[in-house]
Ligand binder design. Structure first.
Ligand code: ATP
Length: 293
């Protein structure tokens, strides 16, 4: 396996169930990395290989790393994810080989910074790192533990954590490109579309059909919005949708007598609300995948 993959964008509907919800590119990497676990143990022992033990998801904040990790765990055993911090948890799973356990270390840089990099003089940090590495090596005998580490700062991590036998498959999740941003906007406006809260000047379905062609002024406007969201993360886009909604609700507020039932059909989120929101919510810092195209 090549050890570092770069996903151009995570643009699938992460709220869908199943591997398709992770994006085809990621799903492919994931499947290959963990393919050996699907076979009975004697197959891998006859091949003379060890399972891939862990994966590191790294990239800027708000790009969906946590969402992906949750989705992976759900996919594997259909249970609610356990997100854990700290080395002691690894031993909890020893001996329980009936199920695949996915252990997710969110913000793993908090416990596994390069040894020698902290200057507290106590050596406590270095010993935690050593303990974590030893525990990771200790789960060797278990076929049922997958480790997933996540970080915004891969550069801070102790190199030993990333060597083969530990978090050996590394997937960079960068900021979404234009097509990705469009899909993320779709995900976060889906409910309001379903319930007819989107103004008539917004037609995401139509935009889908016409793909990247600006066929009408309305569609051009959409792409103006998409271009303006360069460098936005998924979380940034979600924030922009929330902000657009607040403009629309606020506009209607003055017209309502709140003692009476709300006439929902009057609440419409318009293109202008989105454009206002995009001005208001600042893009994430960093390079968008558009810059790579
Ligand atoms: P951090 O590194 O800051 O912990 P993260 O990369 O783990 O961030 P998440 O916590 O997964 O990011 O994402 C935050 C929120 O942003 C999600 O709950 C989701 O609503 C939205 N979001 C991020 N990426 C996507 C995406 N690709 N598709 C849909 N929503 C997304």
């Amino acid at each position: 396996l090549p050890s570092v993959y770069r996903l151009k964008s995570v643009q699938s509907n992460l709220h869908q169930r199943g591997i398709g919800g992770l994006g085809a590119e990621f799903a492919d990497i994931f499947r290959r990395a963990f393919a050996s676990r699907v076979f009975p143990p004697y197959v891998t022992s006859r091949l003379g290989i060890k399972h891939v033990k862990g994966m590191l998801l790294f990239g800027p904040p708000g790009t969906g790393k946590t969402l992906m990790a949750r989705q992976i765990r759900k996919m594997l055993n259909g249970k609610d994810p356990k997100i854990v911090n700290g080395p002691e948890v690894l031993s909890k799973f020893v001996g329980d080989a009936s199920d695949v356990h996915v252990i997710i270390f969110d913000e793993i840089d908090a416990i596994c910074k390069s040894r020698g990099s902290t200057r507290d003089g106590t050596g406590v940090h270095d010993s935690i790192v050593n303990q974590l590495l030893t525990k990771i090596d200790g789960v060797e005998a278990l076929n049922n533990v997958l480790l997933i580490g996540m970080t915004k700062r891969k550069d801070l991590l102790d190199e030993a954590l990333l060597r083969p036998g530990r978090l050996e498959v590394q997937v960079e999740i960068s900021l979404p490109d234009e097509a990705g941003r469009f899909q993320i906007l779709q995900i976060h406006t889906n409910k309001m579309k379903e319930n007819s809260f989107l103004g008539h000047d917004i037609n995401l379905q139509e935009l889908d059909t016409y793909s990247h062609k600006c066929v009408t002024d309305v569609i051009c406007q959409y792409f103006l919005a998409a271009a303006r969201t360069k460098n936005y993360s998924g979380a940034g886009l979600e924030g922009a949708v929330k902000s657009a909604t607040s403009y629309a609700l606020n506009r209607q507020l003055s017209m309502y007598d709140l003692t009476k039932p709300v006439e929902e059909e009057n609440i419409k989120i318009t293109m202008e609300d989105f454009l206002h929101a995009i001005h208001e919510v600042q893009p994430a810092f960093g390079a968008s995948t558009d810059d790579l195209e």
